[in-house]
Design a protein around this ligand. Structure first.
Ligand code: K1U
Ligand code: ZN
Length: 185
């Protein structure tokens, strides 16, 4: 098991579109396990492979406080089941310490594969519906800050860049992220 570095906004690698998974092997299982370890340590309730610079359609999630209901979604397709949208104060491990309201359809159907490549479907509402839509956006290169006003997004970008500078002063080895994100839009 390994803790993986999580990319931070505005790193341009977060804008990469994830490709479908075609091989269900030990390496995929290992990546999913490492993503769970990374998500639990953060701590978070979801993580898309895009956030750890692996651009495949793989999402891990665990919405429980006891961290005992791990869920894996591979090549997921999410279909809204209602036009009703509900606001939820979202957070993101790639935009640390920022929370804001996003409106999303309140009920969705999820069609996905598990780690063996076996298809499954479920209907989701509440936090599961919010979280899967947030993670699907990651696979599509989209972030929750993209739903906010340009002014809010700019302030968040500046806050992240300041945070990145402070972190790289404390820990010079963390400069790779800073270099890559400094020139991004
Ligand atoms: O994708 C991510 O960046 C993970 C994100 C998922 C998410 C949370 C809330 C709404 C939509 C999507 C997080 O996990 S942020 C951290 C968080 O919400 C949390 C952390 C510890 C306990 C409970 C929640
Ligand atoms: Zn996120």
């Amino acid at each position: 098991m390994a803790l993986l570095p999580i990319l931070s906004f505005p790193d341009p690698r977060l804008r990469t579109k994830a490709r479908p998974v075609t091989v269900f092997d030990a390496a995929l299982r290992q990546l999913a396990n490492d993503m769970f370890e990374t998500m639990y340590a953060a701590p978070g309730i979801g993580l898309a492979a895009s956030q750890v610079d692996q651009h495949i359609q793989l999402i891990v999630m665990d919405l429980t406080e006891d961290k005992n209901q791990p869920q894996v979604f591979i090549n997921p397709v999410v279909t809204p089941l209602t036009e009703d949208c509900v606001p939820y104060e979202e957070g993101c491990l790639s935009v640390p310490e920022v929370f804001d309201k996003v409106d999303r359809p309140s009920r969705v159907r999820i069609d996905a594969l598990d780690l063996d490549g076996t298809p499954f479907s479920l209907e989701a509402d509440g936090l599961l519906a919010v979280c899967i839509q947030h993670e699907m956006d990651h696979l599509d290169g989209k972030l929750f800050v993209d739903y906010l006003s340009p002014l809010k997004k700019q302030r968040i970008r500046e806050k992240m860049q300041k945070r990145e500078r402070q972190l790289s002063r404390q820990k010079p080895a963390a400069t790779e992220n800073t270099r890559r994100s400094a020139s991004s839009p």
